[in-house]
Design a protein around this ligand. Sequence first.
Ligand code: DP6
Length: 424
Amino acid sequence: MQVATCSAPTNIATIKYWGKDSEALNTPLNSSVSVTLHQDQLCAKTTIASKPSFTQTRLWLNGQEQPINKRVATVIREMKALAPDASWKHKHLHIVSENSFPTAAGLASSAAGYACLVATLAELFGIQDKFPGQLSTVARQGSGSACRSLDGGFVRWEKGVQHDGSDSRAIQIADEHHWPKLCAVVCVVNDKEKDTSSTNGMRDSKDTSVLLKYRAQHVVQDRLDKIEAAYKARDFPTFGKITMQDSNQFHATCLDTYPPIFYMNEVSRKIIHLIHQYNAQKGEITAAYTFDAGPNAVIFLEEQHVQEVVSMLLRAFPTTAAPMHMKSSLPVTHSTQLAADVADAIRWPAPTHDGVKMLYVSRVGDGVRVLAKKDALVDLVTGEPLRLAPAKSASASTPFSRTNAWLSVLAATAAVAALVAARR
Ligand code: DP6
């Protein structure tokens, strides 16, 4: 049996990808940049095995077998085409993938999931990049944001100009050691609503939002130049301001979409106000929020401010039962004590109990990793998954959130197809 195992990080865009130039190639309307988060908190892990006795290619996600959807099939086909040994074209695979964080968190794992699929196939097939970012052009076809998860540090996804999408690829701007003090506090916000998937949201925005067109043509390039320079210079105030402005503009394009899309909720807006008041008290931008296609906030800041911002969040969003779940690379406590000047400067909103469910405190991390045989998620003799989740009832069997395209697309293919058909 041949087997390979890899892990891949998630990434958070500070200049957002929103809108596709070509749906077929999954190329974007504009270039984007992101920070790769550390794999200690959030990552995907995938094992792929191949054995002559396998009769079909199968996929298990978080212990549940899933059908192979179009995007996964595309990634497998493209990777087989790059394999130096043509015999891979006819071999069947067992693909087993898991996330390191609870599915209930509703955190983006499409980026980590597809980056991990590409990295593991590359390892199994013995594929090397023939030009910088070649593998990222395949990851992009799984999920756009996935192309930025192959590398660590600060990564740019270049829109590209070629008609076949061959230069729409991700390039590392700075590695994970460049800005050691930079951290991200990921706030998992309680959310009962079912959000619009990124793919559908982007389609609607492209069809109806004039702001999206304006943004792609006149705003993004200048911001990319400035934020890359700020990242290289470790200039937090500039990096933070552009990050917040771009998140706000992305959500403005959602509001400009017709009918409008609302990803942020009351808790998200409270976090925005808290951060602006915090920055005003500090006299400069010290913390910066960004939101993707859901209400979860990611707050960038340098490590010396992490405890203060965590305390502020714990105070604004107290929990009713157990202390808030926190997973952190740095020593952080559940203290809600703040220096008097900070506490007094903030107009505290009425506390929203359980508004934030979990906090992950992450440093900037590295890209995909090749793991050892002992880390495999399959039995090394049979090639079957080591852990299977107990069968769930039909209604509860979709543990997949809107940002979790890697999983949700698989689980909800039929539902999405029905929705799209109904809209047409
Ligand atoms: C708001 O990469 O999930 O997170 O290419 O359709 O899979 P698809 O979309 P996806 O979109 C991510 C959008 C975003 C912004 C970003 O990560 O740049």
